[in-house]
Design a protein. Structure first.
Length: 308
């Protein structure tokens, strides 16, 4: 209840601010039960970890609001904005001999900036903080659960419907600032049929067909995940939970209200979930390749655009 109250207070404050094209979204995901495996390095076969198995439910919410937007002659924006997001993941793990994280709470708040550099190039930058905790109890949040992040990407507009870019992302998940490569790709086809590829925060690849103004059906591939910073056996570690899912994704738009609803039904193809040391060596170690096998996947989402 404390978490819900805090989220509502912050969200209410943001909604009272004057802005344009505000967007609010919620999503619930269910990843079905499957066995737990270890993938050894080299060409050795995967190993089943006893009778260990598990499923997961993920609840996500996000709010984005531009503080200022100005379009140039090419209809590209110079924009400043703020974003607020959060997720709660419930992991239903069974028959594990080692302690496993049973819940993950992630909260993020940040500032973003987008501007065209010339006719062919744009720049996107962001900075923010996140809480990556193994509990939804705010009284247990410590400074070690807080992560700073930022990044900058330079985007090349090859065609009106095709843009690619690259840059760097910075976070302190290892206890000190680290620089990682960042990739941007956006490709859309206009008309009844469209294909979209986005690799910014996670991965979203889809090919869809618009039957009319209010109904669209896509086949999609998505990658997402959550993480928790915690202490285990006297050491600072990261517990990461990721998943790659694919399936059919219908989308329904409710008239001109700005409200749309989405769903997805298909398969969870790969769901890594394991601990790693908060060191560069630990993140890339070959002895933490533990994952849940293929399982059913369903999701339901709602999105509302307002403030226009």
């Amino acid at each position: 209840m404390k978490l819900a109250s805090l989220f509502l207070v912050v969200l209410g404050t943001l909604l009272c601010l004057e802005g344009k094209a505000q967007q609010l979204s919620f999503k619930t995901e269910y990843l079905g039960n499957s066995g737990y495996y270890f993938l050894p390095p080299g060409e050795k076969p995967k190993e089943k970890i006893g009778d260990a198995n598990g499923s997961a439910v993920v609840y996500q919410g996000a709010f984005n609001m531009p503080l200022s937007v100005k379009l140039n002659e090419n209809n590209r924006p110079t924009a400043w904005g703020i974003g607020l997001g959060g997720s709660y993941t419930s992991l239903n793990n069974k028959n594990f001999t080692d302690d496993m994280v049973s819940e993950i709470m992630n909260l993020q708040v940040g500032l973003y900036h987008l501007r065209p550099l010339n006719d062919k190039w744009s720049m996107r930058a962001s900075a923010g903080v996140a809480v990556l905790a193994p509990s939804a109890d705010l009284s247990k949040i410590r400074f070690k659960h807080v992560l700073g992040s930022g990044g900058i990407i330079f985007i090349r507009h090859l065609k009106p419907n095709l843009s690619i870019g690259g840059g760097v992302a910075i976070n302190s998940s290892l206890g000190y600032p680290m620089i990682f490569p960042a990739v941007y790709l956006n490709w859309e086809l206009d008309g009844k049929f469209d294909m979209n590829v986005e690799l910014v925060e996670g991965l979203d690849v889809s090919a869809g067909y618009s039957f009319n103004d209010w109904f669209k059906l896509s086949y999609a591939l998505e990658m997402n995940g959550q993480a928790a910073l915690l202490e285990k056996d006297g050491k600072d570690v990261i517990f990461s939970h990721q998943y790659i899912v694919t399936g059919f994704r219908p989308e329904i738009k409710v008239g001109k209200t700005g409200l749309s609803m989405t769903a997805m039904a298909g398969l969870n193809l790969f769901r890594p979930a394991s601990y790693s040391d908060r060191t560069l060596k630990g993140v890339f170690a070959a002895d933490n390749d533990y994952y849940f096998a293929v399982s059913p996947y369903v999701s339901l989402g709602i999105k509302y655009n307002f403030g226009k």
